[in-house]
Design a protein around this ligand. Structure first.
Ligand SMILES: [Zn+2]
Length: 206
């Protein structure tokens, strides 16, 4: 087996493992969310309307480096946004998007600031997640989202504080990292910090 085929197989298994783990623990629900991996010669992404809890490695969408589908079920239309993220951040090898409940609730209630949807309430959050800007609402798949996300990534690099996540207003977070496991860890930390912030606000005496 060629090294490319081995990398493809490993990435398929990791996408399915991470999807099942996120689904089992309530970070993803129904058919919301998607996961992609950048390979040396293209991309893998979860199919459109697939449930992250029940992915089949053999049916993931495989695309070439230009984003043309080669095989598998029809690619999630979010691929265009994921490709903008990979183009803007050379270190990104995996992008995960979910509709995590507390983060979406936060955008409805009002985020902390447009540059940081969650305040830096714990040291671990600051270390592991960092700044997470809000991307204004557009319907899912609108190319304007890709422009806004690419601009935010470039601004983070220019400021010396690269970002690894954005929050799409009313939709959910998109996070990226060098592997599916580390992207999942960023997503969990972000959602748990939002949940913690919501609980603290609810517990505050009025
Ligand atoms: Zn979505």
């Amino acid at each position: 087996m060629s090294p490319e085929a081995r990398a493809d197989g490993r990435a398929r298994d990791e996408i399915c493992r991470v999807g099942a783990s996120l689904f089992a623990r309530g970070y993803a629900h129904a058919t919301a969310g998607n996961i992609s991996v950048r390979l040396d010669d293209g991309f893998l992404i979860t199919p459109t309307d697939a449930c992250l809890g029940a992915l089949d490695p053999a049916r993931l969408a495989r695309l070439d480096a230009q984003g043309q589908q080669i095989d598998g079920d029809r690619a999630s239309k979010t691929l265009s946004l994921h490709r903008r993220i990979y183009a803007a951040d050379a270190s990104a090898r995996c992008v995960i998007h979910t509709h995590s409940t507390h983060l979406v609730a936060l955008t409805l209630a009002g985020v902390w600031t447009d540059d940081d949807v969650v305040p830096p309430i714990t040291p671990y959050y600051v270390m592991k997640v960092g700044h997470v800007p809000l991307i204004p609402y557009h319907r899912p798949g609108d190319p304007a989202v890709g422009d806004a996300v690419a601009a935010r990534i470039a601004a983070g690099v220019a400021a010396g504080t690269p970002i690894r996540a954005v929050m799409l207003d009313r939709l959910g977070p998109s996070v990226w990292s060098e592997s599916p496991a580390s992207a999942m860890a960023v997503l969990e930390e972000l959602e748990e910090t939002a949940s913690c912030g919501c609980s603290a606000a609810a517990a505050r005496p009025r």
